[in-house]
Design a protein. Structure first.
Length: 291
């Protein structure tokens, strides 16, 4: 998720999900306790509260993370471990660039939790399909971890990952651990290099290689909007009900509390009723042409 500076007015929020609580007060200080570099311009950092912790997050929610002296951006949580938060950030502007450069011992500010989660417990007994494009794997990572931590609670777990190039793949070592833990993990890239021996193409081409029961399956999708549209379309064509295809949308966000209207999508304010929504709710909104 990224932040921006649009001028859209606030709208009445009529999304089917109940609005998330609005965290009040200033950002709380969190100390950087770990950092690992990722693909070029990307890093994953771990935060621990330097004082009072924020309320517990769930997979799919996001925080407003402050680089003091620069500004704040919304970042989905890419890992949850007790009171610790993990975020994966790609430098695309001044604030995300400052956060991508943090080092252990630095302090950032955090507000949250904001938005809706993936609601994995509601998919108990179902086959799980996780489809990620690029950095969209970050908000799906805690969902995969949660599913693997509950063996027997869910059916087959398939994780389909797409990236632009092999060098853009996130969590390469960890995805191997997911395979070892019983998940079916398939990876494809758009632009292979000379050393790449895996699949080439878009994520939807991997669907033919996974088995799932449409009557008892739930899908979780995050990535570029064009990828979300294509994946949701193909999943529905294969018999998966649109209300069991859950997507995480990205829009420009500023306040995180539904006041500024930057993240408006038709009648929905994504910072409150999103970012995770069922495709049955999203599909008609994305079908409206912008003027």
């Amino acid at each position: 998720m990224t932040a921006g500076h649009g001028t859209a007015p606030p709208a009445t929020d009529r999304a089917t999900a109940a609005p998330a609580p609005r965290p009040a007060g200033p950002p709380l200080p969190y100390r950087v306790t770990g950092r690992s570099p990722g693909p070029p311009g990307t890093a994953t950092f771990v935060l621990e509260p330097a004082g009072r912790p924020l309320p517990a997050f769930v997979p799919g929610q996001f925080a407003m993370v402050y680089a003091f002296g620069t500004g704040d951006v919304p970042l989905s949580v890419s890992g949850l471990d007790g009171g610790r938060l993990t975020h994966t950030v790609r430098a695309v502007g001044a604030v995300s660039g400052a956060l991508q450069r943090v080092r252990p011992g630095d302090t950032v500010g955090v507000r949250g939790p904001f938005g809706t989660g993936w609601d994995l417990p509601a998919a108990a007994g179902h086959d799980l399909l996780v489809l990620a494009g690029g950095i969209g794997l970050a908000p799906l990572r805690p969902l995969v971890r949660q599913a693997l931590a509950g063996p027997g609670r869910y059916g087959r777990l398939s994780v389909l990952i797409g990236a632009r190039t092999p060098g853009d793949l996130l969590y390469a070592r960890e995805t191997e651990e997911w395979r070892a833990a019983g998940a079916r993990v398939l990876v494809t890239v758009d632009r292979p290099d000379d050393a790449w021996t895996g699949e080439v193409g878009v994520v939807t081409t991997l669907l033919d290689r996974v088995a799932f029961s449409p009557a008892r399956a739930t899908a979780f999708v995050c990535g570029p909007e064009v990828m979300i549209r294509a994946c949701a379309r193909d999943l529905v064509r294969r018999g998966l009900p649109a209300d069991r295809v859950r997507v995480s949308l990205e829009r420009t966000m500023h306040c995180g509390t539904g006041h500024c209207g930057h993240c408006q999508l038709g009648p929905v304010l994504l910072c409150r009723s999103g970012p995770v929504l069922p495709w049955s709710r999203v599909r008609p909104l994305l079908a409206v042409r912008e003027l």
